[in-house]
Design a protein around this ligand. Structure first.
Ligand code: ADE
Ligand code: ZN
Length: 333
């Protein structure tokens, strides 16, 4: 890895906890919990990772993989493993999605999930110096009513959760379905994020902005299809958390027409992220490297890192400390 990218101080704002579950840890958890899955060897897993070619076909594999994560210890192990890896890639601060509904449908309690995660966050800070904040991510293919129940279950733990998110099957599950959820979440002090403009175009990005009043758009890459939307995003500098390897692997764009340079040249507030690194062949630095291959200059990569810190939900003080680290690093690079 290019040392410039490897040592560049940065934040990660768009990564799903299950998306970081590496095959070896997956097999260890399957064994520990005595769960039979379709993927019983490293070879099976590797071949499953070659099979999907769209968001929907990827999600079929993703939810199969999620089944092996069941106990507080499992949530702890997977969170700690991701944060260790991120810290090694010079991520100073990570905000990651956990999809509580997936597990609660199987009878696992909210408390089990969040306790494993928050214990790992505390230990990762002590061991690796990385700070982290979890985002409670809702599944848009399920009902708003169920989402509201889970939101309620999260409230005793709300001081440990920074935001809510919205992900999963995008087609036919518009942001407009979740206006009540986002209104309630905001009242309880959560920041707001939503995946939009990944599998569906600008219409869902507009809905996330106008109906859900989000603080960040996850992906958002298809904003370029609508000039008025680009103008709005330029004016407001609303953050877009872009994930190049994910978008190419899921055929949202192909390598030849991936628009990261265009997004940057339009002066949009983009950051570079990994989404589901164990599935898409690369963590955050591999995504920065891909952006560099697609002609983002060093200055533009630094701008993405600066954007990632400024667009995070860390406190002002914490952001200033991270920006200071970045500026100091720049004196030597
Ligand atoms: N869940 C995990 N990864 C996702 C993605 N890229 N889009 C929507 N939902 C997801
Ligand atoms: Zn995502």
């Amino acid at each position: 890895m290019n040392t410039f990218i490897a040592t560049l101080p940065k934040a990660e704002l768009h990564v799903h906890l299950i998306g970081t579950l590496e095959p070896r840890l997956f097999l260890k958890l399957a064994k520990r919990n005595n769960i039979q899955t379709a993927y019983s060897t490293l070879e099976n897993i590797k071949s499953a990772l070659q099979k999907f070619d769209s968001l929907d076909s990827f999600l079929d594999v993703y939810y199969q993989v999620a089944q092996v994560v069941q106990t507080e210890q499992d949530f702890y192990d997977i969170t700690l493993a991701y944060l260790k890896k991120a810290a090694k890639q010079r991520v100073l601060h990570a905000e990651f999605f956990f999809e509580a509904q997936t597990y609660m449908q199987w009878g696992i309690t909210f408390e089990t999930i969040i306790t494993g995660i928050t214990d790992a966050i505390k230990d990762a800070y002590k061991k690796y110096g990385i700070s982290a904040m979890p985002i409670l991510c809702f599944l848009r293919n399920l009902s708003e009513e169920y989402a509201l129940e889970v939101l309620k279950a999260s409230l005793p733990f709300k001081d440990d959760i920074v935001a809510i998110g919205l992900a999963s099957h995008e087609k036919d599950n518009p942001p407009s379905k979740f206006v009540g959820l986002f209104t309630q979440a905001k009242k309880h002090g959560y920041k707001l994020c939503a995946h939009a403009g990944e599998d569906v175009g600008p219409d869902y990005i507009w809905q996330a902005i106008k109906l859900l009043h989000v603080d960040r758009i996850d992906h958002g890459v298809r904003c370029l299809e609508d000039k008025d939307l680009v103008a709005y995003l330029q004016k407001t500098y609303l953050p877009l958390t872009v994930c190049p390897l994910s978008n190419m692997r899921l055929n949202i764009f192909n390598k030849k027409n991936y628009p990261i340079l265009q997004l940057m040249n339009e002066d949009l507030n983009i950051s570079i992220n990994s989404d589901d690194p164990a599935f898409f062949g690369g963590y955050i630095n591999e995504n920065y490297a891909e952006a560099h291959k697609m002609d983002l200059s060093r200055d533009q990569l630094v701008q993405c890192a600066r954007n990632s810190i400024n667009s995070s939900f860390a406190s002002l003080e914490q952001k200033e400390r991270m920006i200071h680290k970045l500026e100091k690093w720049l004196q030597y690079h």
